[in-house]
Design a protein around this ligand. Structure first.
Ligand SMILES: Nc1ncnc2c1ncn2[C@@H]1O[C@H](COP(=O)(O)OP(=O)(O)O)[C@@H](O)[C@H]1O
Ligand SMILES: N[C@@H](CCC(=O)OP(=O)(O)O)C(=O)O
Length: 262
């Protein structure tokens, strides 16, 4: 993998619904604790880390006893509001185990498009990072509709990367990276190890979401890497289930797909 991954100081780590939840059985506390342990190690070695975490709707559905994802936007918004409570509780307790301080930040694309709100969000995140606190960011689902329909914390993670000029965006998901086709349906698909973010050929390879709880699939990740590249942010798409994935990546190990910004 390119040396620039190792040199990354400011890192945004995005974890998707399919990873944060345990096959419809609620939040995966063990996985969240594993990432917390790795983040603590990265902070100790001088990195600054922000997390963008999905999972509010999935956790809310669980808490409300809903087995099927509702169609109505206001029901999804209600589920997100219920589930966000559980999501931050688990992050807070797992992070505290490793003496990490965390902060909840809820944002929308529209906030980041508004100059004054954008400046406020940037100042808050910069301050949290200077304090050694890990911001845990999610979409403010109560006030958005399109993002819920298309499921797009991948795009939010890219916009946050632009906002704080991250060196690296790591998108953790339930597959090993970007394959030449969706590996769920095409057994001949092969993993791409390094590509140029924004290469239009990638969009043709990327398919839809992997579980009933998540939205967006690989296409939103490929598009997020293209947006992240606008601020010179490189992206890695990798499996969040790979042991020590974050610490190994930052030591320069080639894991997943590296989408270089230039
Ligand atoms: N070309 C591809 N390479 C890898 N995964 C793909 C590809 N096309 C579609 N997918 C699917 O995208 C899913 C990941 O997206 P998604 O389910 O939205 O996850 P997340 O919740 O992590 O955002 C994978 O489970 C995979 O089946
Ligand atoms: N804000 C939503 C995010 C939905 C979303 O983007 O999910 P995913 O495609 O799994 O990252 C939630 O927390 O459920």
């Amino acid at each position: 993998m390119d040396m620039t991954v190792q040199k990354a100081k400011r890192i945004v780590v995005k974890v998707g619904s399919s990873l944060v939840t345990n096959n419809g059985e609620g939040l995966d506390h063990g996985a969240i604790a594993m990432w917390a342990e790795q983040l603590a190690a990265l902070l100790r070695s001088g990195h600054e880390v922000l997390m963008v975490s999905s999972g509010a709707i999935a956790e809310g559905m669980q808490r409300l006893g809903w087995t099927k994802r509702p169609q109505e936007i206001h029901q999804l918004q209600a589920a997100a509001a219920v589930g966000q409570m559980g999501l931050v509780q688990v992050y807070e307790s797992c992070f505290a185990q490793f003496n990490l301080r965390s902060a909840q930040v809820l944002l929308t694309n529209a906030d980041l498009a508004h100059p004054e709100r954008n400046a406020n969000a940037k100042a808050t995140l910069d301050t949290l990072l200077k304090l050694g606190v890990v911001p845990i960011i999610n979409e403010n689902d109560t006030v958005v509709t399109d993002e819920i329909k298309f499921g797009d914390n991948d795009s939010l993670a890219a916009l946050v990367s632009n906002l704080i000029h991250a060196d690296l965006l790591v998108i953790l998901t339930d597959q090993g990276g970007l394959f030449t086709a969706d590996p769920r349906y095409d057994s001949s698909a092969t993993l791409l190890s390094e590509v140029l973010a924004g290469d239009p050929a990638l969009e043709k390879m990327a398919g839809g979401a992997g579980s009933a709880l998540s939205k967006g699939g690989m296409l939103t990740k490929v598009l997020a890497a293209k947006v992240a590249a606008l601020s010179g942010t490189d992206t890695v798409i990798a499996s969040g289930r790979e042991p020590h994935v974050l610490t190994r990546l930052l030591k320069g190990e080639a894991i997943g797909t590296y989408l270089r910004s230039k």
